[in-house]
Write a protein of this length. Structure first.
Length: 218
């Protein structure tokens, strides 16, 4: 029954389109192209500058607090050869952690040097849900691929760790992560062309001027 539900979830995700989602929790409206998975109860969103040469984006990851971590792959091959962004709570009341990883094989993904990630201070972790908004600089290209800002259906994937204590040190972006169940994954598409906004620079300036983006993690 669980396997059948998972297959149905995957089929739905691949055929589903991302939708516009506006989040004003930071004090300024940020509009993402976001995918919300009904089976795993996870939402992933991206907002990009309207400059095809841009190398950054603002991201959103939201998932149940019962998950030790959630991770997204910006590549098309699951966890291999794609920029991985692992996300987890650092404790109730703390903004949380977003950690860049990269691997060329189905093995423990080490920390990946290059991306510069700042989690907004208005991100939340509580007893029911972890919701992280973050700026990811130098995050649109990696050794085996890149984001195409003109794509209307960029293929991506996510994984969740449903077991307890899968993050060895939740305060450390470079923490070891215990493997998730190989079935706890799904695939989705994001309309990156629609994720572009002419307000991107104004949003970043607002966040910086109000001290909301100086929670640098890596």
């Amino acid at each position: 029954m669980i396997f059948s539900a998972l297959l149905a979830s995957i089929a739905f995700a691949i055929g589903a389109l991302s939708q516009s989602l506006t989040d004003s929790s930071s004090g300024i409206a940020i509009t993402y192209q976001a995918y919300s998975d009904p089976f795993w109860n996870i939402t992933v969103g991206l907002s990009l500058p309207d400059d095809s040469t841009g190398t950054e984006f603002i991201g959103l990851i939201s998932f149940p607090a019962s998950y030790s971590y959630a991770g997204i792959s910006l590549g098309s091959e699951g966890m291999v050869n794609g920029l991985l962004l692992g996300a987890w709570s650092a404790g109730e009341g703390q903004p949380g952690v977003v950690s860049p990883r990269y691997t060329t094989e189905y093995d423990y993904p080490p920390l990946y040097e290059g991306p510069h990630i700042s989690v907004m201070k208005t991100s939340t972790s509580n007893a029911t849900r972890t919701t992280l908004n973050f700026r990811c600089e130098n995050c649109t290209a990696w050794p085996a691929g890149s984001l195409d800002p003109t794509s209307t259906s960029a293929f991506m994937s996510f994984a969740v760790a449903t077991q307890a204590a899968a993050v060895v040190d939740p305060t450390d972006p470079g923490s070891d992560l215990l493997p998730h169940d190989p079935n706890d994954i799904n695939f989705f598409t994001i309309d990156l062309a629609s994720a572009q906004t002419s307000d991107y620079s104004n949003i970043i300036n607002f966040l910086n001027n109000n001290g909301l983006m100086d929670n640098e993690q890596y």
